[in-house]
Ligand binder design. Structure first.
Ligand code: ATP
Ligand code: MG
Length: 431
């Protein structure tokens, strides 16, 4: 045994910086979001897929790109001490899902539509709407060359906003062309920046010859100024890419999904080509991207799979939830069951199970106590009804029902009703 007399004071245990807990008061919003996006995705024929949180580091370096913010400075990478493997906590979902699709030969029988929900990790400076662990809702269409499916995922996202009750996001789209078109554009862009070298910060200078398109994404004031006069990638598009982009716009107009073309959208990963898009809100002062995605027709091949055109997007769930109204007061329970005495406890257990059999949410009081203290718990639980069982009720085969809240979770002063046991479920549903 070690000598513990001069052991250091134990470290105060706290969550890791930038990583948040979701407490019960907040989780109603999370569940509402997850239920909504899951339902809508299924309505469009998308199926769920889940990949591991940890992947081999080269997967992200090769897919996202060596000269990107994510790979250069935001990845949680580590060596597994037990076997020396180089691993990374996923900074986004697409790469892992594509890796899994290649391994399982998922598109063998044709294209597939996928949605996924999960945690991602980026070592950024934490601030409002920017965390080190956050969650994404992700949609991927493997094996579709578009532009019909490009429009589809934007139409689906527009429906998600409607169902979430969000009306202040706008869609911005761009085309990043194909590899040849980007190579041509790259030359024009480098020439432009070389003519304005003084305005570039060190990071921009460093990227000038490795990844000049990243400079378009800069948040440095002098670079933003130079970007204003930068050549436009859309001018470098050839006929096929141009037609793809124009048809996408046509399809969005037909579906009444408003959009703007924003040639400055470059996105943070190198795998994108042709369609790129973001949904942006101004609700928090400066523009905030809540959802971004695009086409990545070369990624399957780049990761060792068969050539497979694809498109997808990632939606930041925490940023979405900042836009949703509080839901913590919505009644989570149909009934709270108050009981006193041995016979009542037994009857309460049976009644609670019967009500759950019929689909109702019922909490049975635990921990004893007087009727009065149990009624306080019933009130605090947010349940719509208190059900009261004492010896008298058990003897008479009845239960007292006290309405406490309406469907919107607002308190109501109700009469207490005495109801025969078998009719309770029907009564609660009518209420
Ligand atoms: P930003 O420009 O804000 O850094 P990004 O381009 O890095 O965003 P993506 O890689 O496209 O973002 O990720 C998709 C979505 O995930 C973003 O639109 C945003 O809603 C969310 N997101 C990105 N980084 C964070 C973060 N650190 N914390 C919370 N949400 C994030
Ligand atoms: Mg970022």
């Amino acid at each position: 045994m070690e000598n513990t007399s001069n052991a250091p004071t134990p470290m105060k245990l706290q969550a890791v910086r930038g990583m948040n807990d979701v407490l019960p008061a907040d989780s109603a919003k999370w569940e509402f979001f997850e239920e909504t996006v899951t339902r809508v995705a299924r309505q469009y024929g998308y199926r769920n897929m889940r990949a591991p949180i940890v992947e081999h580091t080269p997967l992200f370096v090769r897919s996202i790109g060596e000269v990107t913010d994510i790979v250069e400075k935001e990845m949680y990478s580590f060596e597994d001490k037990l076997n020396g493997e180089k691993l990374t906590l996923r900074p986004e979902l697409t790469a892992g899902l594509v890796r899994a699709a290649i391994e399982a030969n998922l598109t063998y029988n044709g294209p597939v539509r996928i949605y996924s929900l999960g945690e991602v990790f980026r070592h950024e400076r934490p601030q409002k709407g920017r965390y080190r662990q956050f969650n994404q809702f992700d949609v991927e269409c493997f094996g579709f060359d578009g532009p019909d499916v490009d429009a589809e995922i934007m139409i689906m996202t527009a429906r998600i906003w409607r169902e979430l009750g969000i009306d202040d996001v706008r869609l911005e789209i761009n085309s990043l062309g194909n590899a040849d078109e980007r190579a041509a554009y790259r030359q024009k862009l480098i020439a432009h920046y070389e003519a304005h070298l003084d305005a570039l910060d060190d990071e921009a200078k460093r990227r000038l010859h490795t990844n000049p398109m990243r400079i378009l994404d800069s948040k440095v004031a002098s670079v933003i100024e130079v970007n204003r006069t930068a050549p436009n990638l859309l001018d470098s598009l050839q006929d096929d890419s141009r037609a793809h982009f124009e048809t996408l716009q046509q399809l969005l107009r037909e579906a009444n999904v408003p959009f703007e073309v924003n040639p400055r959208i470059v996105r943070g990963m190198d795998y994108y080509n042709r369609t790129a898009f973001e949904f942006v809100t101004e609700r928090f002062g400066s523009p905030l991207t809540v959802c971004g995605g695009g086409r990545y027709d070369g990624l399957f091949e780049q990761l060792g799979g068969k050539s497979t055109p694809a498109i997808g997007f990632g939606m930041g769930i925490e940023r979405m939830l900042m836009m949703l109204a509080d839901r913590s007061n919505l009644a989570p329970l149909d009934a709270y069951l108050v009981h006193a005495g041995d016979a009542a406890r037994v009857a309460a257990g049976k009644l609670a199970e019967t009500l759950r059999d019929s689909g109702l949410a019922v909490a049975q009081h635990a921990g004893g106590g007087s009727f009065k203290s149990q009624m306080k718990k019933a009130d605090a639980s947010g349940a719509r009804f208190a059900l009261i069982l004492g010896d008298n009720e058990v003897a008479a085969g009845t239960v007292a029902v006290k309405p406490m809240r309406n469907a919107a979770g607002e308190p109501i002063q109700g009469e207490q009703a005495i109801i025969m046991g078998s009719a309770v479920a029907a009564h609660l549903r009518r209420g």
